[in-house]
Write a protein that binds this ligand. Structure first.
Ligand code: ADP
Ligand code: MG
Ligand code: MG
Length: 886
């Protein structure tokens, strides 16, 4: 192997440091670092992770010279401690500890007091004049060695220990004296025999068995599973390291003990010491819960000097590592020893607070602060969650996809109309449907949450719910939503209309009954400060997809810099509008259609004005009508009757129009720019409304930046035809009103052909906005509602890594985007380019957008904070345009 296997640290020399986690593991690297800092760390050495790799690559064999290297390191350890390994009078005892580069439960537990045997235990008793301590250490060692290295069940040792306690009639380990502990040792040895195992008396043998057990544990089923679940196999980990550390003793009496501490409160992030301590105890006693640990304050009253020293060390560690530290320490007769330090795990709230506080304290830069918080943490902090106490008693009935985060509770309704009716009376409702459609939007809007039994993460219900910031669980296939009988059945539970139900959009879980929700702090305080840091760091802009002023307002509050997509179709569903829309649709002549459109114009004009006002000073991209017209016409006989009457035509006539509008394949049907090619009047009316609203703004002395977006363009001629008419109308209105108004005309890029001919389209467009939902549908030939059908299988089999509708498929759709971008910019260097599909709120896709060099992403208002953070993290991690990981 020709490599260095062992790295020592002691008062004379330190070979490792905290940057060497790959080969020393996290624990070993930080022990070395602490030793370098002159902190009180017992001496020891680390056998590197490369040895672990060698061991597994070579049929569980060690490199030949490892033995001599370890023996040398043991000799060095003897020299610096003045003790001898295996000596009967003054034995060196060590702990053997595992530790990979990434902290990983599932690997081997630590073995303490290794080196003791039947003879040295007597020597230790004499030397320390503390027989109880010596036998306590010995019985602990035999137990840990048997359990951890030889696989004898932990409970069997506990049973033996309990037997001795029962006999003596005591409850606590501490009430056992040296003679009792000798009995425990006898029982433990008997247990070894019964299990067919041998307890080795030779310390060197003990050491090698322990070392081999640590390396062996790297590939035990628990560890393998853990790496799989956490997608760690790609990280190129070599294995675990083994740390051999001279023992220090917390079990020497009341002036000794062991503890764990955090430099700040890991729950709230508050800057205050936080920890637990147990006197006369060893190792994991604190966390094992055998006695109630004491707070650090009590350590202060027992031993103020040690307490003060501990605080000093904690301060030093935090300043040095520039992060909140989670430490493990032991006190031996008043003397403090540090046994571990690492960056502490923390709640989402604490992560944000600590990051912001540390910037204010001058400890870290804004850039670092931005990297300290996970996008998912931000998300957690912005949505309501269930009250944890009530959740414990809740009745779980099934699971779906966590389509839109948050927690919601309400009475079950089965139709959008019922949702609206009940909500008007002030009731909280959950709308349960097999799936939702555009007609349900009103009901979805008033519901607390949405539950569907079909559809994927980008189904109608999921997309609309996320847009509204509503909690949703979709595609809960085990839950039967029976519209006819108005019942929900699942897991033997039956819920009727009006019964309470609760859904958790973070986890996709569904519960029967009412569960209280609590809303975390909004975008105030620390989160908003952190996101301001993020904006300073990021290159990519973040806009929001918003159709109505209320959403635009939320988007601004969350820090969106403009609207990247306003879907105008949602504006036609209001009660005063839908029938005017339908009249327009069934019109037989252009005149009729124009007349109907004239009536819609004032509505649109004021809608746009509202958006412009909320977004004053920022760009607002408005997409011309996109969906196929059949989505606006009635379907049921009852509705046809009503609508025919209302718009003054016969039922037959209406029915035949509806039939004409039927789409064979809606995804590829008469929609997008194709509508405008056939019915230019619609686009003309919308253009008028946009420009007039913008003129209204200017007349009021307000700033406005309208962007008119033409959807589904596949050929440049579609754009040039539309552009000509838009320009003509707009310029005329501007001239008429004698105002100075700039507007842009651009296209949505969502047809693969458009990507290929993007150089031509770019020459004519002011901007491109990638509609990545449709680009993915058309690029892959997958429908976004196919999740439950087969996309799940694709992910399971590893064909796609993630749902391509959630995370941009970089290799395929990503290359199309790159192609379009290069094409467009080749003919129009000033082309503005963004993403406005669902991917605009996904951190991985945002990273991609940054890498390829887009100008902005646009996502639903509630995802704006997450997107701002993700955009900043992408900017910190990668120079733009440098490297695209297809
Ligand atoms: P884990 O990875 O589970 O935290 P560790 O290797 O840190 O396991 O060991 C657990 C505990 O054992 C430590 O927190 C410490 O209390 C104790 N311990 C480990 N090594 C020693 C030692 N050399 N002397 C005294 N106690 C030790
Ligand atoms: Mg530890
Ligand atoms: Mg589209």
């Amino acid at each position: 192997m020709g490599k260095k296997y062992v790295y020592v640290w002691n008062k004379n020399r330190v070979e490792g440091n905290s940057k060497m986690k790959d080969i020393l593991g996290g624990k070993g690297a930080n022990l070395a670092e602490m030793a370098s800092l002159g902190l009180p760390v017992p001496p020891g050495f680390t056998i590197s992770t490369e040895v672990c790799k060698y061991y597994w690559d070579n049929g569980r064999k060690f490199p030949e010279d490892l033995k001599s290297v370890v023996e040398e390191a043991m000799t060095e350890l003897e020299n610096v401690t003045g003790k001898k390994f295996g000596d009967n009078k003054n034995p060196l005892l060590v702990s053997v500890r595992s530790g990979a580069a990434v902290s990983m439960p599932g690997m081997m537990d630590t073995i303490l007091n290794l080196g003791l045997n039947d003879e040295s235990v007597e020597g230790l008793a004499k030397l320390t004049n503390n027989e109880r301590f010596a036998w306590d250490s010995y019985r602990r060692f035999i137990q840990m060695f048997g359990d951890v290295a030889l696989g004898i069940a932990h409970e069997k040792f506990e049973e033996a220990l309990n037997e001795v306690k029962r006999e003596k009639g005591v409850k606590q380990d501490l009430e056992l004296d040296a003679n009792d502990l000798k009995k425990v040792v006898e029982l433990y040895k008997k247990l070894y025999k019964e299990e067919g195992k041998e307890f080795p008396q030779d310390p060197m043998k003990q050491l090698w068995i322990a070392i081999e057990a640590v390396f062996g544990s790297w590939n035990n089923p628990r560890a393998i599973k853990y790496r799989q679940i956490n997608e760690m196999d790609k990280q190129g980990l070599l294995g675990t390291a083994v740390n051999v550390v001279a023992m220090v003793f917390g079990n020497m009496g009341e002036d000794s003990g062991t503890g764990v501490a955090f430099t700040r409160d890991p729950n709230t992030g508050e800057k205050k010491y936080y920890g637990e301590f147990l006197t006369n105890a060893q190792g994991e006693d604190v966390v094992a819960g055998i006695r109630t640990p004491k707070s650090l304050d009590e350590l202060k009253s027992i031993n103020p000097k040690t307490y003060n020293q501990l605080l000093e060390v904690m301060d030093k560690l935090e300043k040095h590592f520039r992060d909140m530290q989670d430490i493990e320490f032991t006190v031996e007769k008043g003397q403090l020893y540090m046994l571990q330090t690492r960056s502490g795990k923390r709640t989402a709230a604490a992560a944000v607070k600590i990051a912001v506080d540390m910037v204010k304290e001058g400890l870290i830069s804004k850039q670092e602060a931005v990297m300290r918080v996970k996008p998912a943490d931000i998300e957690k902090l912005l949505h309501p969650i269930f009250d944890s106490e009530e959740l414990k008693n809740a009745q779980y009935i099934g699971k779906g996809l966590p389509a839109s985060p948050g927690a919601a509770t309400g009475k079950i309704v089965f139709s959008a109309d019922d949702a609206e009716k009940l909500a008007k009376d002030g009731e909280k409702v959950i709308l349960a449907r097999p799936e939702t459609s555009p007609e349900d939007v009103g009901g979805m809007n008033v519901a607390e949450g949405i539950l569907t039994s079909r559809g994927g993460m980008t189904s109608h219900a999921a997309v609309v719910a996320r847009g509204m910031g509503k909690t949703a669980v979709v595609g809960a296939e085990d839950i039967v939503i029976d519209l006819k009988n108005k019942v929900i059945k699942s897991n033997g539970v039956e819920l009727k209309e009006g019964d309470w139900i609760s859904i958790d959009g973070n986890e996709g879980k569904v519960y029967a009954g009412k569960i209280k929700t609590v809303r975390p702090e909004g975008l105030a305080g620390d989160i908003s400060v952190l996101l301001e840091y993020a904006d300073e760091v990021s290159v990519l802009g973040v806009r929001a997809n918003a159709d109505i002023p209320r959403d635009a307002k939320v988007a601004r509050e969350f820090g969106a810099q403009g609207i990247g997509l306003c879907r105008t179709e949602h504006m036609f569903f209001g009660p005063e509008r839908i029938n005017k829309m339908r009249t327009m649709i069934v019109s037989k002549t252009e005149e009729q259609r124009k007349a109907a459109l004239e009536q819609l114009l004032p509505f649109q004009r004021s809608d746009f004005k509202g958006l412009f006002e909320e977004m004053e000073g920022f760009s607002v991209t408005i997409r011309l009508l996109d969906p196929p017209l059949h989505e606006f016409v009635p379907e049921s006989d009852e509705q046809i009757k009503e609508v025919a009457k209302m718009i003054g035509i016969s039922e037959e006539e209406l029915r035949s129009t509806v039939k004409d509008l039927e789409e064979f394949n809606p995804m590829m049907g008469h929609r997008g720019v194709r509508l405008a090619i056939t019915y230019p009047e619609i686009a003309e009316m919308q253009t008028k409304a946009i420009i007039l609203a913008a003129i209204d703004m200017i007349k009021e002395g307000k700033k406005v930046q309208p962007e008119i977006m033409i959807p589904l363009v596949g050929d440049v001629k579609e754009l040039t035809i539309l552009k000509e008419s838009i320009k003509q109308i707009a310029d005329e209105l501007i001239k008429e009103n004698n105002v100075d108004l700039e507007y842009k005309i651009g296209t949505m890029i969502e047809v693969p052909r458009a990507c290929v001919v993007a150089d031509q389209i770019g020459a004519e467009a002011d901007f491109f906005s990638f509609g990545t939902n449709d680009l993915t549908q058309l690029g892959l030939g997958f429908s976004r509602d196919d999740y439950g059908k087969f996309i799940g299988d694709y992910i399971e089999k590893g064909i796609y890594e993630k749902d391509p509708f959630q995370q941009i498929d970089r290799e395929g759709v990503g290359k199309l985007i790159k192609l379009a971008l290069d094409g467009g910019r080749s003919t129009n260097p000033k082309l503005k380019v963004g993403i406005c599909g669902e991917h605009g709120g996904d951190p991985d896709s945002i990273e991609f957008a940054h890498l390829v060099g887009l100008d902005y992403v646009s996502c639903s208002p509630y995802r704006v904070p997450v997107a701002r953070l993700a955009a900043a993290q992408a900017a910190v991690n990668y120079k733009r345009g440098k490297k695209v990981n297809y």
